[in-house]
Design a protein around this ligand. Structure first.
Ligand code: SAH
Ligand code: SF4
Length: 386
């Protein structure tokens, strides 16, 4: 593998023969794994801890800057490790402050992440897969052919990259801009459970980024066995992409429902270990005109989740090219929201963010590819006309 060209500070950032060599990303390794590799090349264990702090607490990527490690150790560590971030290929800032980055992985695949600033928090929405194997009928990501899991390093890499961009180092500083993480970008996180688990462990561990599990939310279409594991092993907040309250309709909108139907899903969420009035499950419900947006649906929804500490998130459907669905009317959304509010759930309509830069739910990645293709076409045309 070729290491991407980047400004190198001094010869410490070169291999023995002066060329870049294949190195392992530190961003996806546990402390134990780093220690094992460090001692395997004959360095003392404490060098692993020093290196770890530079990477995870200070966000350093250039081994040349890690002076406390000593020149020889830095040189040896550079031979086997790197802390490179995914490459940013596009960055857009919305009028409302939302920032969207298009990032490229080593194999050229692209994913997006979005930062959403609010009064009391700053939320980073990250991806867990390139594409998605599930085929929810209203979701653009589900129409993409190519799918692969993101590696733990690619998942943590998104967060570290956002912290670089937002000036959030050292980790845990008081006025940090990134305070919350949601796994609501591309992909089904519970179909990449091991990768997500490892990445979240690094993000949540005190000596990693130290982000509280209360500030991490995982959104799933309802992979029941992994929801159980997620509750037991990670204890993060849960968001469920519900979207329908009858099996017949949910089979169509969220086809995984054929495997784990509503009763199985609701029973499993009811048992989710960390739920309380302070930590409620979020039910995501995309509002699609004439499909799932009637007052009867709203009443059935509140009945279905009765007794579970819940928040309801009504998401206006974001249309994409080729979809047969339309977003519900404002009146239908208001009427639906009113029924939900009457049942005791506060302000349930999700405010669309970053719409001017196509950063809204279900618009991720494929739209950018489309935009960039059309931009390229315009560029080619301008060249031809020149
Ligand atoms: N695969 C996971 C997480 C990613 S999708 C899941 O399905 O939960 C994040 C959220 O965006 C989900 O609730 C999903 O249903 C919603 N979404 C997908 N396409 C959408 C669209 N076109 N308009 C509005 N929301 C959409
Ligand atoms: Fe996959 Fe979620 Fe889209 Fe369904 S809604 S296709 S699970 S990303």
């Amino acid at each position: 593998m070729q290491i991407a060209a980047q400004p190198l500070q001094d010869d410490l950032n070169r291999g023995d023969d002066g060329t870049a060599v294949e190195r392992t990303s530190l961003l996806g390794l546990s402390m134990e794994e780093v220690e094992a590799r460090v001692t395997a090349i004959g360095l003392p264990k404490f060098r692993a801890r020093q290196l770890w702090r530079r990477i995870w607490r200070h966000g350093q990527t250039d081994f040349g800057d890690m002076t406390e490690l000593g020149k020889e150790a830095r040189h040896a560590l550079f031979q086997i490790f790197h802390a490179d971030r995914p490459m940013i290929t596009n960055r857009q800032t919305s009028k409302d402050g939302t920032i969207k980055w298009l990032i490229r992985c080593d194999d050229g695949q692209e994913a997006e992440m979005v930062y959403i600033p609010e009064d009391d928090r700053g939320t980073l929405c990250i991806s867990s897969q390139i594409g998605c194997t599930l085929t929810c009928s209203f979701c653009h990501t589900g129409t993409q052919r190519l799918v692969r899991n993101l590696t733990p390093a690619e998942i943590t890499g998104q967060v570290l990259l956002a912290m670089d961009e937002l000036g959030d180092w050292p980790a845990g500083k008081a006025d940090r801009r990134l305070t919350n993480i949601v796994l609501m970008g591309m992909g089904e996180p519970l179909y990449n459970y091991e990768g997500v688990k490892k990445a979240l462990s690094l993000i949540m561990w005190g000596e990693g980024l130290g982000l509280s599990k209360r500030r991490v939310t995982l959104s799933t279409s309802g992979i029941v066995p992994e929801i159980e594991r997620c509750g037991d092993e990670l204890g993060v907040n849960l968001a469920i992409s519900l979207h329908a309250v009858r099996d017949e309709l949910r089979n169509e909108l969220v086809p995984i429902n054929r495997k784990y139907n509503l009763k199985t899903l609701i029973d499993c969420v009811r048992r989710y270990p960390v739920l309380s009035n302070a930590r409620r499950v979020t039910w995501e419900y995309v509002m699609i005109k004439g499909v799932n947006d009637s007052p009867e649906d709203a009443k059935a929804l509140v009945k279905l989740i009765k007794g579970i500490p819940s928040k309801i998130n009504l998401i206006p459907f974001n249309a994409w090219p080729g979809t047969a669905y339309e977003c519900s009317s404002k009146e239908a959304i208001d009427a639906f929201a009113k029924i939900v509010m009457k049942a005791g759930y506060a302000s349930p309509v999700r405010k669309p963010r970053g719409q001017d830069i196509l950063a809204a739910c279900g618009q991720l990645k494929s739209e950018s590819v489309r935009l960039r293709k059309s931009q390229m076409k315009a560029l080619e045309e301008s060249k031809e006309n020149a």
